[in-house]
Design a protein around this ligand. Structure first.
Ligand code: FES
Ligand SMILES: [Fe+2]
Length: 344
């Protein structure tokens, strides 16, 4: 499925950047192949427009903000937060002007800027830990990966990859089998997936991050997949530590993804420093990145001539593929691939 070629995917919210990135002016982003420009207005609300001036197509993100409006850096046409052209410095009666650029849904939540390019089908996911005082929040990663967005989502629900991809951190090739207790429960725009796993605790950073002196522990995982490209994984340990990983693979285009990850933990800075929490998850995510960037970016939704073969532990990923197929069906869309685009 090529995310940029499936308009149905424009109907969801995506976190595009930490809101603090807008403190010093407008910023560009590329979402689902669409160039957008974002800025913060003086009342704290956000604005998001297509990053293309309707005069001579220049990128508005190269201009500047003046009185809450974005001024094109080419000839100064000026647009308000809804995209209406409010000033042409060289002259022109703006009273009945219909000059405008497209605007998009934009909101702030969890410290990030969220954008939906078309009317969203569902809200920004509700994260209970965000308003629970017993949890602290640590922003971890905001970085581009050279992958298709769905690869990371499937990987996040793939219990079988831990033994191999993470064999140097918390996995072990001695224990490749996955729990028989895994359960998927369907939700309107996603599913929950519960499972458990014995994991290794190796090295000082891991011992600090997991807060145990043992060499092994058990993770009880409750994950939620929020269609199309976000997950929440609550990891509970036997001694009461809980960390809740939020990962979004925000689709830049069909081969590039902005990985946004933060974590909620029910421990304190005195128990484990932010630096140590990030150091452990850094090592783990770099292991995922190396392998995922070696996979083909386009994930097939349909089973095509054994293009990819499957095993039982692939069930969450295959459920995503099925639900995304159903979504496309509802919008009357055919799955677009690099192959059928070349043939068209
Ligand atoms: S291209 Fe933007 S004002 Fe001319
Ligand atoms: Fe992983």
């Amino acid at each position: 499925m090529l995310a940029t070629k499936q308009p149905a995917l424009r109907h969801f919210w995506y976190p595009v950047m930490p809101v603090s990135m807008l403190d010093d002016g407008q910023k560009p982003f590329r979402l689902l192949g669409e160039n957008i420009v974002l800025w913060k207005q003086s009342d704290g609300t956000l604005a998001c427009l297509k990053d293309r001036c309707c005069h001579r197509t220049a990128k508005l993100s190269l201009g500047f903000i003046e009185n809450d409006n974005v001024v094109c850096g080419y000839h100064g046409w000026t647009f308000d937060g809804k995209g209406k052209c409010v000033r042409i410095p060289q002259g022109g009666n703006m009273e009945n002007s219909t000059l405008s650029v497209p605007s998009y849904h934009v909101a702030e939540k969890y410290g990030y800027v969220w954008v939906a390019l078309d009317e969203p089908l569902t809200g920004i996911p509700d994260l209970p830990e965000a308003s629970d005082a017993s949890f602290r929040k640590i922003d971890q990663f905001y970085e581009p990966w050279k992958i298709g967005a769905l690869r990371l989502m499937e990987n996040s629900f793939d219990a079988a990859h831990v033994a191999y991809v993470h064999r140097n951190t918390f996995g072990s090739t001695d224990r490749p089998e996955i729990s028989k207790k895994s359960v998927i429960e369907m939700q309107p725009f996603g599913f929950s997936y519960t499972t458990e796993a014995q994991v290794e605790v190796r090295g000082t950073v891991a011992h600090k991050a997991v807060q145990t002196n043992g060499t092994q522990t058990t993770r009880y995982n409750e994950s939620v997949w929020y269609m199309p490209f976000m997950r929440r994984t609550a990891i509970r340990y036997p001694h009461g530590l809980v960390h809740v990983l939020i990962t979004a693979s925000t689709p830049v285009d069909d081969e590039n993804t902005m990985v946004v990850q933060w974590v909620y933990r029910n421990d304190t800075e005195e128990q484990v420093s932010t630096e140590d929490v990030i150091a452990f998850d850094r090592a783990v995510t770099l292991e995922d990145k190396l392998i995922l960037e070696s996979c083909e970016p386009d994930v097939p939704l349909a089973v095509v001539d054994g293009e990819e073969m499957h095993m039982a532990s692939d069930r969450p990923g295959l459920t995503m593929r099925r639900m995304l197929t159903e979504l496309l069906d509802k919008f009357g869309e055919k799955e677009q691939r690099f192959t059928n685009i070349a043939a068209d």
